[in-house]
Write a protein that binds this ligand. Structure first.
Ligand code: NDP
Length: 452
């Protein structure tokens, strides 16, 4: 049986593009379909990239006040929001073009249209039908709008990057990565921010101390975090949109005069892609079910990235896709390893983490086997500005093997520092290895090798 393509990829996001290019490098004939009109997926268009640019922009006011502590005269500066949004969008367009050129150079055929499975080897892409030996589902995910009355009046994360004019006051609904990062960057950009969460703390699933540290710092930076509140409804009123919150049976609050943005989780884009015409299985939330080789229940169909719901992170999607391409087209059988994947939360202060939290380590190995080293201090940088910004670092260690099971940090450059520490954890470093490493002085990072 001959097919039009050796591999056809549904979705040109981070995972899909990386897989298509790697397979093409091995000589496979590859096609890829994207229906949004823009290459690069969530990360490039509506996620990591525009978000990080806004995070950079949001940190200048802090730097300008720090400068005064170092003897610089105060700076009077105002933000041109419109110019910032235009520049961010221009950068995204530039990256869209780079992706098109990279795919062209790799001789991957790009289809701008919706791809739907007709059977295990046939796809309808726009008005064309194509066949492929292997198919990769890499359709990603999108923000969820839970069943809350009036939720349609709230923006979603996609909307932030085109929001004009600059809102004066914003309410962020949710306590995950997106709501917390957006709360901090908007606060830094001069917006009055209220974050509403249903628990007592933001960032469920992260190291407890790290969650406390970030939340307390956010409050100290002027963000109002409303905890243990349930969202009753969002209503359109004569003056705009208002939000009704319930704290307990007889306590409620209405927040008016604000732009509301819901960051209440994401779901996979697996509806309407013809899954039912194959043996591919979805779970109750719509995530594609795959084995450790990213293979679905349909032998020739594979899936990677956010649509599988393992770890919704760009580098994970890319690595899953490359492992699949190496195995299928490169003759190098390779599995994606999910242990010790570092991740950062680009709040202000920034946080980053790799490996097990203290709570996870105790649950896995028992309290007696786990010891934790911690250091909390004001970095030298904040002494002259007189700011009470704290850095927190933690190492979680298995007493029996001396292996470092987790490293966690809140503070400046946490993402940059933890990326290096992650290599050590991946290599199985012990606390003795950390102790034997000579620090760089003066730096914050040296604390990781001097903790007692
Ligand atoms: P998350 O799943 O992380 O957070 C969703 C938040 O919404 C949680 O706080 C959850 O509360 C809350 N929530 C959900 N439903 C309701 C409801 N009905 N009422 C009130 N609160 C509700 O989703 P995000 O959208 O923030 O992020 C999605 C994924 O994107 C992340 O898991 C992450 O993998 C990825 N991402 C990564 C980033 C990075 O690497 N820096 C940045 C941004 C996103 P509760 O905790 O109680 O369930």
């Amino acid at each position: 049986m001959t097919y039009d393509f050796d591999l056809f990829v549904m979705g040109a996001g981070s995972g899909g593009i990386a897989t298509a290019r790697r397979a093409a490098e091995y000589g496979a004939k590859v096609g890829i379909a994207e229906n949004s009109g823009r290459l690069g997926g969530t990360c490039v268009n509506k996620g990591c990239v525009p978000k990080k640019l806004l995070v950079y922009a949001s940190r200048f006011p802090g730097l300008m006040t720090d400068a005064v502590g170092y003897g610089w005269s105060p700076v009077e500066s105002t933000l041109n929001w419109d110019e910032l949004i235009t520049k961010v969008n221009d950068e995204v367009k530039r990256l869209n073009g780079i992706y098109q050129r990279m795919l062209d150079n790799s001789k991957v055929e790009v289809f701008h249209g919706h791809a739907q499975l007709i059977d295990a080897h046939t796809l309808q892409v726009g008005d064309r039908q194509v066949t492929a030996d292997k198919i990769l589902i890499a359709v990603g995910g999108e923000p969820t709008r839970p069943d809350i009355p009036g939720i349609e009046h709230a923006l979603i994360s996609d909307d932030l990057f085109n929001l004009r004019p600059q809102p004066k006051k914003m309410v962020l609904l949710g306590g995950g990565y997106i709501a917390s990062e957006f709360a901090c960057l908007l606060n830094g950009l001069g917006v009055e921010v209220i974050q509403v969460i249903r628990r007592d703390r933001i960032l469920r699933g992260f190291e407890d101390e790290l969650r406390n540290e970030i939340q307390n710092a956010m409050i100290a930076h002027g963000i109002r975090i409303i905890t243990e509140a349930s969202i009753e409804c969002i209503e359109k009123t004569d003056d705009g949109v208002s939000l009704r919150l319930r704290y307990s049976e007889n306590a409620e609050e209405i927040i008016a005069d604000a732009v509301h943005l819901a960051a209440l989780g994401r779901h996979p884009n697996t509806a309407g892609i013809g899954i039912e015409n194959t043996k591919v299985e979805l779970d109750a939330k719509g995530f594609v079910q795959v084995d450790k080789y990213s293979q679905t229940a349909e032998e020739n169909i594979y899936a990677v990235g956010d649509c599988c719901g393992k770890m919704e992170l760009t580098p994970v999607a890319i690595n899953e896709g490359r492992a699949f391409a190496d195995t299928m087209f490169g003759g190098k059988s390779r599995l994606m390893a999910y242990d010790n994947i570092a991740t950062a939360i680009f709040t202000t202060p920034e946080a980053a983490t790799v490996g097990l939290t203290e709570e996870e380590a105790i649950a896995r190995y028992g309290e007696d086997r786990i010891t934790t080293y911690r250091s909390r201090f004001r970095s030298m940088y904040y002494v002259l500005p007189g700011k009470d910004e704290k850095t927190l670092m933690k190492l979680v260690v298995d007493k029996e093997t001396d292996k470092v099971l987790g490293a966690h940090m809140v503070g400046d450059y946490a993402a940059e520092i933890i990326q290096g520490v992650a290599i050590a954890l991946k290599m199985g470093a012990t606390k003795a290895n950390f102790d034997a490493t000579v620090g760089i002085h003066p730096s914050s990072a040296e604390e990781f090798v001097t903790m007692r």
